[in-house]
Design a protein around this ligand. Structure first.
Ligand SMILES: [Zn+2]
Length: 467
């Protein structure tokens, strides 16, 4: 079955047709690195990972770019308030650069924990100030900009298609405007370049600022994505993704800038992940429902339990988080691992010849239908229960499915498969280490190695793996 994706531009599922034969350019809006990301953000990154793996499974070569926002994202998306990173730096008494570096590393750890394939290119906004200024200059030349007391703004009335993504009701946006208009000509106008506050003003002097043709300041949040997308993927490219909260402002603005500057589409497909909610409320830093992956781990949940929980809902439906739901996700994933480990086949060297074609087709029909992961998981259960497929073929087929699902089923099998005999030697060795009998510990390590396993010491004990 051909790959079908829901496109926010047309509000329809469409057959995916890449610009270049078998090559796909994918841009996903990355994190603003002023704090830990919450598990609602991580839900979006998991959806994007499934998209990328699905494209790769359909034999596309994916060039994936994800930006790191380390400047310019203000407390409110509508250019109001303090820069999130500068604010965090002030509160934590660190430099803005240290804050950005620290939370970038934490973000990378989170996505690794969730078995999300990192983008090949992860450009930082602060490394692309020149590119952003160059784009603003083009927009200035074409008459899209004007100056106010606090920056250079994009005049949205000059971009006729403003609001086309998701057919957003721009009039409604204006009417509902809690957005302060200030010196702006229209409510929807947004900053391309903001001036640093003058010394002696109420805000402290900024740490991150650059000189520009318009004055010392910093780029707006939206311009970084437009500038970096065209640099790494050129324009148009195939797929642009993000959270559903990006539709009304951030992505409209990216489109206005990029299409205004170059008179061609920014991307052909726009895809958006729905919210994770708690008690019908969106998860956000400003709410008291801010849960990070670290908190889940502290509560005893493996990050892959969260991945499994997320895959049980389609990415375009709201997903309700609760601790009870995590508990059943944990049981569900453990059950799946057990089902696979109970298969009589333990042959991890099976080849694609062993993959059951009928079930593979069923699975692809589900995943290629706009990434229907709940249905794909159901196909996997159907396969496990089937009496018509041998255990060898079941195992090979499930390991093939897991290339998309990313639940590390193969690894779970290896860790379950440690024979009692090896476990016993490892325990004996732990005791020797505790008694500081390094000689004995060394001998036992060699014995374990000879039997085809590897032991690695950790803070609380050890881990065992097949070598
Ligand atoms: Zn973006």
């Amino acid at each position: 079955m051909a790959l079908k994706l829901y496109n926010t531009l047309s509000l329809k599922k469409e057959e995916f047709k890449p610009l270049k034969n078998k090559k796909v350019g994918l841009y996903t809006c990355g994190p603003t690195v002023y704090n830990f990301v919450h598990i609602g953000n991580l839900r979006t990154f998991i959806f994007e990972d499934i998209l990328r793996r699905t494209l790769e499974h359909n034999n596309y070569q994916v060039k994936h770019v994800m930006n790191i926002t380390d400047v310019g994202h203000l407390v409110s998306d509508e250019n109001e308030g303090e820069d999130k990173i500068e604010k965090s730096a002030r509160e934590q008494k660190k430099t803005a650069w240290d804050i950005a570096k620290f939370y970038t590393q934490e973000f990378k750890k989170d996505i690794a924990d969730l078995n999300i394939e990192p983008a090949q290119i992860m450009p930082r906004a602060t490394d692309h100030i020149k590119e952003q200024m160059a784009l603003i200059k083009i927009l200035e030349k074409k008459g899209f900009t004007y100056k106010t007391s606090d920056g250079i703004y994009f005049d949205t009335s000059k971009f006729k298609k403003y609001g086309k993504l998701g057919k957003v009701n721009i009039k409604g946006l204006k009417a509902g405007a809690r957005i302060k208009k200030g010196d702006k000509k229209h409510h929807t106008d947004f900053a391309l370049w903001k001036f640093s506050p003058q010394l002696g003003s109420r805000q402290a002097h900024r740490q991150m600022e650059w000189s520009s043709p318009w004055g010392i300041g910093f780029p707006g949040w939206h311009i970084e994505c437009s500038a970096m997308a065209v640099k790494y993927l050129s324009q148009p490219f195939d797929i642009h993704t993000g959270g559903i909260d990006h539709i009304p402002i951030h992505h409209q603005n990216e489109i206005a800038q990029s299409e205004g500057a170059y008179d061609k589409p920014l991307a052909n497909y726009w895809m958006h992940g729905e919210f994770l909610v708690i008690d019908k409320k969106k998860m956000a830093k400003s709410e008291s429902n801010f849960i990070t992956l670290k908190i889940l781990k502290e509560q005893g949940y493996h990050p892959l339990v969260y991945r499994f929980f997320v895959l049980n809902a389609h990415y375009r439906t709201q997903l309700n988080f609760s601790w009870e739901a995590m508990e059943s996700a944990q049981a569900g994933l453990e059950h799946l691992y057990n089902q696979v480990s109970n298969l009589k086949s333990k042959n991890l060297k099976l080849t694609s010849k062993n993959i059951d074609k009928k079930f593979k087709q069923k699975f692809l029909n589900a995943i290629n239908d706009d990434l229907n992961t709940p249905k794909a998981l159901a196909v996997m259960q159907e396969l496990l229960k089937s009496r018509l497929v041998t255990d060898d073929c079941k195992l090979a087929t499930i390991l093939d499915f897991d290339k998309i699902l990313g639940l590390k089923i193969k690894e779970s099998l290896v860790s379950i498969k440690i024979p009692e005999k090896i476990k016993k030697i490892a325990e004996e060795r732990l005791e020797a280490r505790q008694n500081k009998d390094w000689n004995k510990s060394d001998i036992l390590r060699k014995k374990i190695n000879q039997l085809g396993f590897k032991i690695k010491d950790t803070k609380d004990g050890y881990t065992l793996k097949k070598s």
